[in-house]
Design a protein around this ligand. Structure first.
Ligand code: ADP
Ligand code: TRP
Length: 332
């Protein structure tokens, strides 16, 4: 059976991009694969070195995982920092990750633009730590959104290099996975780029957003002056709103507004109102389940404990073999 690994950083609440790019597939993959899903708290320190309350954020994401359908009986659900084996493999893998390739990584370049005062070494070696998360369970498949494609390429590169260096075929070559479809990119509301936890309140729809906030965000989304000829190509702002509608509305609703657009009869106010309504209908049950589970601290602690034990068994096996391959052995 193929092994699956994926994780999300607890730098804020989960948003629609996280859901459609990653979590939705986590849930769907549980029945057919051996799955490891974790919360990447160590990774979050690369951008948020002094988090307000890291434990609270981890707990929130764990509650979101469970509320949105991850099942601790089917999957191993754990917290990255519960596996010190990850730190050990990260040290070894850092010895064969090269400065040039790390500096060329687009996410690194983007992040150093966003945080010029904190260009730390952890940010540079972020892809190594991510590769370790994946390789330590010898994963084959990694459900992620489009923005993570390059990290997966680097993961394969690091795994392959280890195999070549130590003359074995220890690590498999993991692939980004979306059930044979292209990887997903959910746009932000401002039309600037992908929806993300850090792209600003106005840009991002959090699954846990209050209904009034959610409505306000959508009604405030930027539009254009309207089409001035039939079947006109859409501006990025309008195309993004249609992309979002595609995710949560009935096909017939999307079609109706598309036709209105093409015939130049669309009223953006009505269009956004419908989008806000359908969005609320979509997130309402999810939001309610998150609230319910968040209150159940004992259950959350139990899930994390069980996940830790299962993930540890898998990580320890890999570390033991890696030490042997490298030649780290005791005298007796
Ligand atoms: P963020 O970008 O909000 O900080 P993460 O980087 O922690 O979120 O991403 C966690 C997962 O969610 C990754 O698999 C990532 O590809 C996916 N993801 C995040 N934003 C989007 C998006 N806008 N569209 C598709 N997938 C996304
Ligand atoms: N880099 C991923 C992101 O920002 C999070 C992540 C860390 C991850 N380790 C991983 C995703 C391993 C998949 C597998 O979205």
């Amino acid at each position: 059976m193929k092994t699956v690994v994926s994780g999300i950083r607890p730098t804020g609440m989960l948003h629609l991009g996280n859901y459609f790019g990653a979590l939705k597939n986590f849930v769907k993959m549980q029945d057919s694969f051996k799955c490891f899903f974790f919360i990447a708290d160590v990774h979050s320190l690369t951008t948020h070195p002094t988090p307000n309350n890291l434990q609270q954020s981890v707990k929130h994401v764990l509650a979101e995982y469970l509320a949105l359908g991850l099942d601790p009986e089917k999957s191993t659900i754990f917290i990255q920092s519960d596996l010190p084996e990850v730190y050990e493999l990260y040290t070894y893998m850092n010895m064969n990750a090269y400065l040039g390739e790390l500096e060329r990584n687009t996410t690194f370049k983007e992040k150093i633009r966003n945080q010029p005062d904190n260009i730390n070494a952890g940010l540079l070696t972020y892809p190594v730590l991510m590769a370790v998360d994946i390789l330590i369970h010898k994963a084959d498949l990694v459900p992620v959104g489009k923005d993570q494609e390059q990290h997966l390429e680097m993961t394969r590169q690091f795994g392959k290099r280890f195999n070549r260096l130590y003359e074995n075929d220890f690590f498999p070559a993991p692939k980004a996975f979306n059930f044979g479809e292209d990887l997903v990119k959910v746009p932000g509301l401002t039309g600037q780029g992908k929806m993300s936890k850090s792209s600003g309140e106005a840009d991002t729809i959090f699954i846990f957003d209050d209904p009034s906030i959610l409505k306000k965000k959508i009604m405030r989304a930027k539009t254009d002056g309207g089409p001035d000829k039939p079947n006109q190509k859409m501006s990025p702002e309008i195309a993004n709103l249609f992309d979002l509608m595609n995710l949560v509305s009935e096909k017939s609703t999307v079609e109706k507004f598309r036709e209105d657009y093409n015939k130049m009869t669309i009223r953006y106010g009505d269009f956004k109102k419908q989008l806000a309504e359908d969005m609320e209908k979509f997130v309402y049950p999810l939001r309610t389940q998150i609230s319910d589970i968040l209150g159940n601290t004992d259950y959350l602690a139990k899930v994390a404990e069980i996940g830790k034990e299962k993930a540890k068994a898998s990580a320890q096996k890999t570390i033991k073999e890696v030490r042997e391959i490298i030649g780290i052995k005791s005298f007796n």
